[in-house]
Design a protein around this ligand. Sequence first.
Ligand code: HEM
Length: 411
Amino acid sequence: MTIQPIATQIPTQFSDADFRADPYPFYRLLRREAPVVFMKTTFGSQGYLITRYEDVVSALKDPCYSSDPRDQAAPTKMQSWWMPKVFTILSDSMITNNDPAHQRLRNLVHLAFTPKRIEKITARVEQVTHDLLDKAERKNRIDLIQDFALPLPLTVISDMMGVPEQERSTFYRAVSPFLDALAGSPLGMLAQIPNANRLMHFFERMIALRRADPQDDLITALVQAEQAGDRLSQDELLSMIFLLLLAGHETTVNLIGNGTLALLEFPDQLALLHDHPEIIDTAVEELLRYGNPVEHGNPRYLLEKITLHGVTMPKNSSVLLMLASANRDETVFEDADRLNLQRQPNRHVAFGLGAHYCLGAPLARLEGKIAINALVSRFPDLQLTIPREQVPWRTAVAVRGVKSLPVVLKP
Ligand code: HEM
């Protein structure tokens, strides 16, 4: 296949659920024939796609690749003049800033996510996991996403943040269609304005609640930082709460969902994990590599012109670093399309790298290990109730996961 047809195929394929189900043959082709390719990105603007592992790793560590959308040639949908303020507030956070602004925001919360702090919530994660699985067992035929993979991280991050139980479903009902719309047309995005406003009111309610009644939780800590004056503005407070709640569940749901699907595709590996739960550490790293809960990082914008593999990307170009492709690069991972739960070394980039390396990685790993081990040890015979090809995939921007995963726990 020549490069031109590849480039023209991408825009329609990228947001297509069928393409999302198995983008790997296409990425393989790009790595081989067009490792840097110009295309329409999922953010509605034009940009370059980088697919080889070594290039993705170098770019993630290179400060020339800015995370700040103000460094791009043309505004994205989120920065467009016609976009209501609510969207710009929600999209201006640590992940869309460079140092030192990025580091200032990250420093305010990073202590809450260190491996030591996260270890302390192990018992709570185990309890939520087994409560959900007890309920699921009574039903036997479940949607693994709605009944397990989603409520687990949503409950845990809501606990940490201090979102009262009766408010959690309000948040989820508003945020999920909002994310799916981000990958779609500007019209679809505008249709989300009521939802975005609902989200803003939700955050404002949470802030007011914790101002009136401080607790030992993250929203209280952030509200106190805002009250200290110079440490956090009101808009930053809103976008920080949004980012943490969002990143805290929208990604881990896919680690558990895609991970379970991968185990069902490789029954020998499922059996291995059932017989040897002690391999869970390498198993979760491999499920991260193979399942790719995040397809690509946040877009980057070039501070200088860069030439890579003969392609010159002008200053201010938008670039997507394809983590899902890097993690299947056959020059780095032997038998890259095979799930090998004992793979070592496993230098995957599922959590990114460099300044924006995932803040929640210790939490995601803890949840992934407990959830997958509990599921496999309790239900080693679980099965899909529809053919693999009919499993519906989400088209949400950046994240990669199934919409639902109908399974029977004890056939
Ligand atoms: C399996 C689950 C997860 C995956 C695969 C994942 C992946 C990632 C990736 C790839 C990035 C870097 C994006 C970039 O460089 O453009 C990132 C950043 C981030 N993640 Fe995660 N994440 C996961 C879970 C979590 C959890 C549970 C939280 C908890 C709040 C979280 C919070 C964040 C935050 C705040 C950032 C921005 C860090 C920064 O800009 O310095 N993530 N994540």
